[in-house]
Design a protein around this ligand. Sequence first.
Ligand code: ZN
Length: 223
Amino acid sequence: MEFIRTLTALFFPERCPYCGDLIEPCEIACRKCYDEIRSKHASIRGGARGYRCVSSFVYDGKVRRMLLRLKYRDRTQFVPQITEILAADIRKVYGENAFDMITCVPMFHKDKIDRAYNQSELLAKSLSKLLDIPYRDTLIKVRKTKKQHKLKYTERKTNLSGAFQVLDKESIKGQRLLIIDDIITSGYTLGTCCKALSRAKPEIICCAAVASAQDKYPEATVI
Ligand SMILES: [Zn+2]
């Protein structure tokens, strides 16, 4: 595997997801960026509206730019490097073998067609491989909603009301679920998904997001 990675790197050299500099095939970021992005602690004081959530980074600077490129500019090649750090944090916070399945915050089907992919699904599928936990689609977004980050905090809850439905309740019953999103801010998106999933009676539901914007928006943590 290492040989194939090295061979691939000869033709497609790996780059740091945060600054674009060339890095070694086994590295997940250049040393300068790694030290910088890990020096800030990603606080999730309010969780996802009461559901536990882990996050690797603070959503600003290089991390913010990287996630915007992932979301809007097709830079999906960085998903393995990004998730390697998040997988380590998930193991550290929740422990080994803590979950039976990994799932993600779904997109409305037309939005996914327009973007060609759901970045949260790519992150969740990569985490599934790294953590050796099966990935499953568990939710469907049944209607288009306004972009959460463009709304006032008071409007965020009602914007998502009834937007997510469980695909197959029986497959979730008694399971330990980990749900993934790219960013957590108010926690309403992940929290609303967790609430929808909870109706199917899983054993536990926990969340993970690459980055947290809660430090920048302290009002987001008020439940
Ligand atoms: Zn870098």
